[in-house]
Ligand binder design. Structure first.
Ligand SMILES: *Cc1c(COP(=O)(O)O)cnc(C)c1O
Length: 460
């Protein structure tokens, strides 16, 4: 056989490849690129189909034009504004577009940046709150070192806020959620606020249940509070999921810069901004809310450009992907896609309800998140963890987990519906789901006893 024919055979999927991949240290010799490609791809074979993963809020499909554009721009470094000034322009255009979606006011000077995701954005938002609080509190004579500053948020927070508080030495004050609302408890929230409070976080789509905090109500409470004290507090909205959903579709309640005390908002471009992970955004309604200490200059076309990201180098390809989506879809494109996603979520909720054994906690009406718990039934021998395992056999990932603090005895299951979930796929899912329930009902050998698997919410 001719030699290049033999080489070609090596790329045949199967047993013809003898080479192994490194696990603990580098191999001495290089591999051919096609062999390395094949082997690494094969390593990822059993990870499941991302689109069947209903645990994640993160985007699992982009158009081929978008992925081509992104792969052609991987080498661009987002921080290198002087080498890639046009890329920097696209980022600024995205910030402008998002500011418009969030109703930034013409008489204020919004400022914002891309980030790796909402976690980085929340760190920035949190730091800005801390620095502002310290300056204001000290100027009114408070001993800012006498106690730890604190941050007030509903117990349904995403783990990034706990990280923020650990990293920056802040007390996390969790407002327990009430069973009937499963979002920020407005009757209690102001009890947690004092002169050491750096700010209150409202969540536009909490990760446990997808419920929206009543930010308008919170704004009213904050407005009244601020009239009584020089130690004013402001609101940061964690709109990781809702920030790119509700502007297009969903309840027409102000939650954004239309509300006076909302000073900063973050979102994940890679959730309902419809970009692959990782891109996020944070905007402040006016640059006066972003303390100068957090702004650094990088050189840009012979001058300086302010930046406030925590990370330095990273590929700009996701920013470009975001800009592609904005350009390609326009307002109505996003609206139609999100509206469809919401309808499918509501369809799934309706079908699950009809099974008669679940109590729906979110029927997808505001955000396309469906979650449910089992109705009590002494004769049932299985729980939602068993159901999550069972449905996994058909490839679906639908996590079960306990609710946070004070409701932790309640186990729920959640499905996040995304833009790549068609009606046909929804029917398929419901069929598989129904079958899984039936199989569990009829099973004679049951999985082990109910255990709290200690899952940390389900946070992505
Ligand atoms: C997903 C999520 C985050 C974290 O976002 P990343 O973009 O994954 O870093 C923060 N807050 C909320 C409410 C979220 O849903």
């Amino acid at each position: 056989m001719k030699k290049d024919c033999m080489e070609h055979m090596a790329a045949f999927p199967g047993g013809t490849i003898e080479e192994l991949l490194p696990t603990k240290k580098l191999m001495k010799d290089p591999l051919d690129p096609d062999i390395a490609y094949r082997l690494v791809l094969d390593e990822l074979l059993d990870e499941g189909v991302a689109r069947q993963n209903l645990a994640t809020f993160c985007q699992t499909y982009m158009e081929p034009e978008a992925t081509r554009l992104m792969s052609l721009t991987l080498e661009k470094n987002a921080i290198d504004k002087s080498e890639y000034p046009q890329t920097a322009q696209l980022e600024m255009r995205c910030v402008n577009i998002i500011a418009d979606l969030w109703h930034a006011r013409k008489d204020e000077r919004f400022i914002g940046t891309s980030t790796v995701g909402s976690s980085e954005a929340c760190m920035l938002g949190g730091m800005a709150m801390k620095f502002r609080w310290r300056e204001n509190a000290a100027s009114h004579g408070l001993d800012v070192n006498a106690r730890k500053p604190n941050l007030v948020i509903s117990a349904g927070y995403q783990v990034c806020w706990e990280k923020f508080c650990v990293y920056w030495d802040i007390e996390l004050r969790r407002v327990p959620m009430k069973w009937d609302r499963l979002s920020l408890d407005l009757e209690k929230v102001m009890d947690y606020v004092d002169e050491y409070t750096i700010g209150i976080v409202g969540i536009q789509g909490n990760t446990y249940t997808g419920k929206l905090d009543d930010i308008q109500g919170l704004d009213r409470l904050v407005e009244a509070h601020n009239k009584t004290t020089p130690y004013k507090v402001y609101i940061h909205v964690d709109g990781a999921s809702g920030g790119m959903f509700t502007p297009f579709c969903g309840p027409n309640r102000p939650w954004d810069f239309r509300l006076k005390n909302v000073v900063s908002i973050n979102t994940s471009g890679h959730k309902y901004g419809l970009v692959y992970p990782g891109v996020g955004w944070i905007l402040w309604r006016d640059e006066k809310f972003l303390p100068k200490e957090l702004v650094f200059d990088v050189s840009y076309l012979g001058g300086d450009m302010p930046t406030m990201a925590i990370n330095f180098s990273r590929s700009a390809s996701h920013i470009i992907g975001q800009y592609y989506n904005f350009s390609r879809m326009g307002f109505d494109g996003y609206r139609v896609v999100h509206e469809k996603t919401r309808k499918i979520a509501m369809y799934i909720a309706k079908e699950l309800k009809e099974l008669g054994i679940f109590e729906l906690l979110n029927d997808g009406d505001e955000m396309p998140i469906v979650c449910w718990k089992l109705k009590a039934d002494e004769n049932r021998k299985w729980n939602l963890y068993d159901l999550a395992d069972r449905i996994r056999m058909s490839g679906w990932q639908v996590p079960a987990y306990p609710l946070p603090q004070d409701l932790e005895t309640i186990v729920i299951q959640r499905a996040v519906i995304r833009a790549d979930f068609s009606r046909q796929l929804a029917i398929h899912f419901i069929d598989d789901f129904r079958r899984a329930v039936k199989e569990l009902d009829e099973a004679r050998i049951l999985p082990g006893p109910a255990t709290d698997k200690g899952v940390y919410g389900f946070t992505h």
